[in-house]
Each structure stands twice: as structure tokens, then as C-alpha cells.
Design a protein around this ligand. Structure first.
Ligand code: HSE
Length: 298
């Protein structure tokens, strides 16, 4: 096996009313260096990774073995070194990145030659919805849906904007944040919620980020139910707007929040929020356009 590197971006799902459907890849990365080895050796170099170096309980290896098994192959022992910039349980798609990394790992190490569609299908099955895994796999801003037929998706060019994330100290598990949601929605509410999502997509497609920002902030599917679980939810939204942001959303199921702002405005918003929220990690990020990248080493 030629040694190889897998790099998978973080992602932010929902973008307001695009619940379980829209997602954006961000330039924080999970990186794996992999080479052949007679026995398993796993090294992890990040506080953002679970402290599991035991191969039988390692999430990414478990996924790779599962995928290899579906193609009747045994995943070979490897030397694997792992780095991550993606904080866990913060709504930045750490589990989606790990799933995509596991699929790419099996594909590369076992020469499965999986298509992008197949990888998306496998990742969606494992994650339960495509909104994080699609951008983690393909990069950019991806809108997707699961129908009886297939997973349909569109990679929509996003108008230029600065992306600011506000990451609190404490995490929130997606499962708990999903439990806060109602099981059903009344027709009138569902129609209004999906209309807002439609206008959001149309405004982004036509380059109107002012309207997009307003649509992002009037989700009816999940944010109203999750707001009380999110520290400083109202204050971050209103202060970001006052500071010039187009709009602010929950990143995935939270607790991270994310603003879009006119290009060049992000730095001043970050400085302002660093003073306002000293316990948060406030950062200016870029949209990742590459998705999962495999590069052969040496
Ligand atoms: N769409 C998902 C949610 C993202 O909001 O629950 C987190 O997995």
C-alpha cells in the first residue's frame, strides 16, 4: 500500500431553515496519515479526538472495517496518525467527518473504487441525514435530500461572505438537541418553514445575502425549540446583527453559532465577540471547496 493522507473538512448543517438538508464545509480538518504495517499502530495528536487508540474501539477504524466487510474484504492492519481541528459535540460535523474518513480509508486501503454517489449513500446511512456528510465529502455549500429513489443533491455556489463561528466551552450532544424537537409539525407551520427555506436558497442563488441573512434567522423547524439549550443564543444573534452580520444561525444542532457577514467585516466582528464572550472560541473561517481529499505520500 502506498502511504496516503486523508483530509476531511468540518461542516455546519442546517444554515437556519435548511434542517437536515443544507450544509457548508468549513476549513477545520480531520487528517489521517496511513501506511501499511504488520500490526496496528494508532497515534492521535489532538485534544479534539476521543482518547481511543485501541483499534477495536476506534470509530474511524470500525467504519472502515464495516465498509470493507460489505465488499467481502478484510481491512488490513495499518499505521495511522490522526490530527483534528474539529471540536467534538459542538455542531461542527465531527462525526460526519469521521464517517467520511472511515469510508475513504476503506476505499483507499482496500481499493474498492467507490463512486462519490456510493460514498454519499453509505455516509448518509451511517449519519442518518446527508446535511453534514455531503459537504464533508464534496466541499462547498450542498443542499441535499433523501427520496425513495436516491440521494439528490446540488452544490450551490455561495456568494462571498465572511463566516464567523462562536464555539462555547461546553458541548451538546446531537441526540439531546434532537429530543427537543416536536415529532410532528402542523401543515401551516410546515408550509411556512419550507417556504422560508425556499426563499433562503433562492436568495443565495441570486446573490442577495441581505435577504438570505433574514431568512436564516427565521427558521421554524428546529431553532425555536433548541434556543433554550444554547447559551447566549439571543444575545449572539442580536449583537452580530448590530455589528454588521447578515444573519446568524445555529451550527448544526449547536451549541456553536455561526454568522455570515460582508467580506472584510468578519475580523472586526471576531474582535468584538472575543471581548464580549471571553470563554468562547470565536474564529473567522473560510468555506472549504475541496471536501474529502486523498493524497498519496512519497
Ligand atoms: N441536521 C442535524 C440536526 C445536524 O440539526 O439535528 C446535526 O447532526
Amino acid at each position: 500500500m502506498t502511504p496516503f493522507r486523508i483530509r476531511v473538512p468540518a461542516s455546519s448543517a442546517n444554515v437556519g431553515p435548511g434542517f437536515d438538508s443544507m450544509g457548508l464545509a468549513l476549513n477545520l480538518y480531520l487528517t489521517l496519515d496511513v501506511s501499511a504495517s504488520a500490526t496496528w499502530k494508532i497515534e492521535q495528536h489532538s485534544s479534539h479526538l476521543p482518547e481511543v487508540t485501541d483499534v477495536d474501539n476506534h470509530y474511524i477504524v470500525t467504519i472502515a472495517r464495516d465498509i470493507a466487510g460489505r465488499w467481502n474484504q478484510e481491512f488490513p492492519p495499518c499505521k495511522m496518525t490522526v490530527w483534528s481541528d474539529i471540536p467534538l459535540a459542538r455542531g461542527l460535523g465531527s462525526s460526519a467527518s469521521a464517517i467520511v474518513a472511515g469510508i475513504e480509508l476503506a476505499d483507499q486501503a482496500c481499493a474498492l473504487a467507490l463512486t462519490r454517489e456510493k460514498k454519499l449513500e453509505l455516509a448518509t446511512e451511517m449519519e442518518g441525514h446527508p446535511d453534514n456528510v455531503a459537504p464533508a465529502l464534496m466541499g462547498g455549500f450542498v443542499i441535499s435530500t433523501v427520496t425513495d429513489r436516491a440521494i439528490d443533491w446540488v452544490q450551490l455556489p455561495m456568494p462571498d461572505a465572511d463566516v464567523i463561528v462562536y464555539i462555547p466551552e461546553a458541548g451538546l450532544m446531537t441526540e439531546a438537541a434532537r429530543k427537543a424537537l416536536p415529532d410532528t409539525y402542523q401543515r401551516e407551520l410546515a408550509a411556512s418553514a419550507s417556504a422560508r427555506s425556499n426563499v433562503l436558497v433562492a436568495s443565495l442563488a441570486s446573490g442577495d445575502f441581505h435577504l438570505a441573512g433574514n431568512m436564516m434567522e427565521c427558521d421554524l423547524f428546529h431553532e425555536p425549540y433548541r434556543a433554550e439549550l444554547i447559551p447566549n443564543y439571543d444575545d449572539i444573534r442580536s449583537e452580530a446583527k448590530k455589528s454588521g452580520a447578515y444573519g446568524t444561525v445555529l451550527s448544526g444542532s449547536g451549541p456553536t453559532m455561526m454568522s455570515f457577514a460582508p467580506t472584510g467585516k468578519g475580523e472586526s466582528i471576531v474582535s468584538h465577540f472575543k471581548e464580549l464572550l471571553p470563554d468562547y472560541q470565536v474564529a473567522l473561517l473560510q468555506i472549504d471547496h475541496d471536501g474529502a481529499v486523498i493524497s498519496l505520500q512519497g
